[in-house]
Design a protein around this ligand. Sequence first.
Ligand SMILES: *Cc1c(COP(=O)(O)O)cnc(C)c1O
Length: 217
Amino acid sequence: MGLTDIESRIRAEEQRQSRAPGSVRLCAISKVQPQERIEAVLEQGHRLFGENKVQEAAGKWPAFRERFDGIELHLVGPLQTNKTRQAIELFDVIQTLDRAKLARTLARLRDETGSCPDLFVQVNTGEETQKAGILPADADAFIAECQGLDLPVIGLMCIPPVDEDPAQHFALLNKIAGRNGLPQLSMGMSADFETAIAQGATLVRVGSAIFGERDYG
Ligand SMILES: *Cc1c(COP(=O)(O)O)cnc(C)c1O
């Protein structure tokens, strides 16, 4: 596989679903990947990346930003409140807004610094106890709370349970976004991004299918 292959599969699925060409963006998830694999994808011209840990991103992206223009970096992993300040300095988009305390901290830092990354609310569509995200039943109220704080919430994000058909989870996320007037849907990973596009994804998060398997050893 690799970048070119994934991009052409995205374009093909857009066409199959009668979506506008380029309406689905590819967030390349580079967590744990060795420097040279990331560099190769940057050299190919790709600029949109995601990381799941603040510390890890801090260790590699400032140097890449010095060498490559136009990088857009998204946080796709859980954000501890005490790392919010560091996160807003590093990331252009935070996809994992999942609780009121974090919303209030982001609003306070926005007031202090005058800016805030664009935000996605993470929804725990599978209602899994070990997984982050707001429960579907609480999503409307939480989104309203964030909007009440004037936070730039642009969409929703989900990570479906591994052992279930992801399509129903993507459809649920789409429904919640639609009734709340949110235009962006971050859903779909290496194994199911085409299913996600069929259910309305505007941003897919693909890691191993671009870079190769992650080596946690
Ligand atoms: C790791 C990760 C991905 C990418 O997973 P792959 O299966 O390697 O494509 C997508 N989203 C999140 C939130 C991740 O942590």
